[in-house]
Design a protein around this ligand. Structure first.
Ligand SMILES: [Fe+2]
Length: 317
């Protein structure tokens, strides 16, 4: 085994939370409530939000002079993973977190576009805030709901369970790909290439956790002329909840970006929305799971690989 192949990687367990700064924190706050997040702590210039799952928080909104993306935070396996991270570009020492859940953390800056990344260990989990019943569906020849049992729903925002993935537009795909795969347990679920040049331009990465079932992607990136966050994505319970959330955001007058629709890569039903600062947040349900037995799929870029069905109300494809 070559020295580079045996280099120890930082083991990421899951994506934990995301940071955004907003010029108008109050307007951002109202959108996040309508999007289905739950505020858990507020200071003069920072609001932390949880989902109904066990993460102490999943979104941190800060008041800023600009609308900016502040990076994602990832839960790592051990304190030694944090120690390893202190040698990454621009890394802070290990320090105590004063965010909800506490724990210890390191921040570093990836070398291609200088985007901050945050690693967390030892956060305290919280109790689930809400539970949902799995619906019984009636199919044409297979009925799962007894006679006189109805489906009834309550209107309102779609409660968010967790953050599931996020995506970046990077200015150098190959260098970014090398950095993330060399230093972390990321493994491509999909690699997409330009059919003319044959060069790779987009990847969807999952966390290599051996035989454990993990989300098809928790991070994706593609190459473009200027660095920016593409979107952050949040899981909701089921399709009805997702559509109730869609309806709520429509009635509140927010701008739909793309959706509702069904992706091909990852299979999830998506619904992308613009917040009032212009960032895109997604509600999703029913994403694929993968593990060490899942081969990397390499496909050429074309619209048919993006989605199989879906509404396009505002922009997108
Ligand atoms: Fe997404």
């Amino acid at each position: 085994m070559s020295p580079s192949a045996s280099k120890r990687k930082i083991n990421l367990k899951r994506i934990g939370h995301v940071y955004y700064s907003h010029k108008n924190l109050e307007i951002a706050h109202q959108f996040l409530l309508d999007f289905g997040l739950i505020p858990v702590r507020r200071t003069e210039d920072t609001i932390y939000y949880r989902g109904y799952g066990t993460e102490p928080f999943i979104y941190c909104a800060k008041k800023g002079t600009e609308d900016t993306f502040g990076g994602t935070a990832w839960v790592v396996d051990s304190i030694s993973d944090l120690e390893l991270a202190t040698s990454l570009p621009g890394a802070t020492p290990i320090h105590d977190s004063d965010a909800p859940g506490g724990g210890k953390r390191v921040t570093f800056y990836e070398p291609v576009d200088n985007c901050p990344w945050h690693l967390v260990y030892g956060q305290e989990a919280v109790e689930m805030a809400q539970t949902f019943s799995e619906l019984s569906y009636n199919f044409p020849t297979s009925k799962h709901r007894p006679v006189n049992q109805t489906q009834r729903f309550k209107k309102g925002p779609a409660p968010v369970h967790k953050i599931g993935h996020f995506g970046l537009c990077v200015t150098d795909y190959n260098t970014a790909f090398g950095f993330y795969l060399e230093n972390f347990n990321f493994k491509p679920s999909e690699v997409i290439f330009n059919p003319d040049t044959k060069s790779d331009i987009t990847t969807f990465l999952h966390l290599d956790r051996g035989s454990e079932w993990v989300d098809h992607h928790s991070f994706f990136f593609f190459e473009g002329p200027s660095f920016h966050v593409h979107h952050s994505s949040f899981e909701v319970f089921d399709f009805d909840i997702q559509m109730l959330g869609h309806q709520h955001l429509v009635e509140k007058g927010y701008d739909n970006c793309w959706g509702v629709g069904r992706h091909v890569m990852g299979s999830q039903i998506f619904d992308y929305w613009f917040d009032k600062s212009g960032f895109v947040l997604e509600h999703y349900v029913d994403g694929d799971l993968v593990n060490e037995d899942t081969p990397t799929n390499r496909v050429e870029a074309k619209d048919a690989h993006l989605h199989i069905w879906g509404m396009c109300l505002f922009g997108g494809g």
